[in-house]
Design a protein around this ligand. Sequence first.
Ligand code: UDX
Length: 438
Amino acid sequence: MRVSVIGCGYLGAVHAGVMADLGHDVVGLDVDVARIERLRRGEVPFYEPGLAELLKSALASGRLRFSTDPDDVAESDVHFIAVGTPQTEGGTAADLSHLEQAIEGLIPRLRPGALVVGKSTVPVGTARRMKDRIIAAGVHADLIWNPEFLREGHAIADTRSPDRIVYGLDHDAAVSRTAVTMLDDVYASALSSGVPRFLTDYATSELVKTAANAFLATKISFINAMSEIADVTGADITALADALGCDERIGRRFLNAGVGFGGGCLPKDVRALTARAEELGAGESVAFLKEVDKINLRQRQRVTQLATDMLGGSVYQKRIAVLGVTFKPHSDDVRDSPALDVAVQLKGLGAEVVAADPKGVENARARHPQLSYTDDAEVALASADLVILVTEWDEYRSLDPEATKALVRSPKIIDARNALPRDDWRSAGWTYQGMGRR
Ligand code: UDX
């Protein structure tokens, strides 16, 4: 199939690479000239395991090219819209300006019979609006909303073989078998390997994505609320989560208590769903999501409070090694990162913070140049009065308590992800504090 991918950020760059790898003829379009130049050289502007290799081989095969010229998508049969829908400046709703620009730029270039496929995460009602724009322009083209569920760090596998494929169709028009068949052809490899495909309406397809992220966020905030209860009762949150997770109806995944969720999706999707529900007069239905957000943000405060307590009431002029700045391991993404937030708060309280991260230093420095950074954990640990593990990179999980003790000034550690073997650290002489595991 001749395919275009409009928007070559995280979602689009991965999608373009995987589509070309599956044998489609792909053009990736973006307005960011510098990004397109890098992608043309097979360089990935962010860290995603395996993506550089995938892009290089797809570029070499001739099936993938990148462009900033909107006319270059005119020959494509299927157009994937993969632009960002970030939180609005100063608000909680989603900013749809990139999406609107992408659709307006695409409409005059659509061939008769072309298919537009929306992958971006959008507030419910957006697909209908976009389809109406296409109809109003008098173009004979269809629109399917097909949300993406990829996780950073697993983006290639999640794109190649997702848990499910959802097609949101225009139920106001005669169901377009041609459009469904075209998209089935694009996804032939995943569909033939048994990935379930759901045919539904626009609203459901849009909601599947935001509901999934809201559910995951709720699960994390639930276990973090329980971890606050564990702290005041002396219970152990990890043992509690293990026992809860044995119930198949609950499941153990996404029940890790700690400093909470961050990144470019969960926080903004929770807020955008709340904002959209309020607009629709159904704010009460998801009012609990505000509490989910509050519980999440409170965990960052909880870590800084714990640091203050462990340092005798003040962090002022204390040297603190913060291990991790990204919102999770296997990513260089620092958007809404709990780890970076903790480092910034401690710095604001007068601590001498040295933040370490294997991949995220460059992005973190661009946002918060006031902090000291290193990619070498030993540099951060040297003479530290307190160590805080905030992103559970493997190299931090596997730190040796004895060797680490020799580097620091005072053997005190906060395990803000409950990722370390607590008993080993305690028996090596460390004052160890987890989250909900007093
Ligand atoms: C998420 C969704 O998982 C994905 O399906 C969607 O398409 C985009 O948003 P991602 O943002 O890559 O993906 O991160 P995810 O792996 O879901 O983790 C989100 C955050 O939750 C991270 O900060 C992580 O550290 C935190 N988390 C996760 C916990 O605090 N506890 C857990 O048990 C699991």
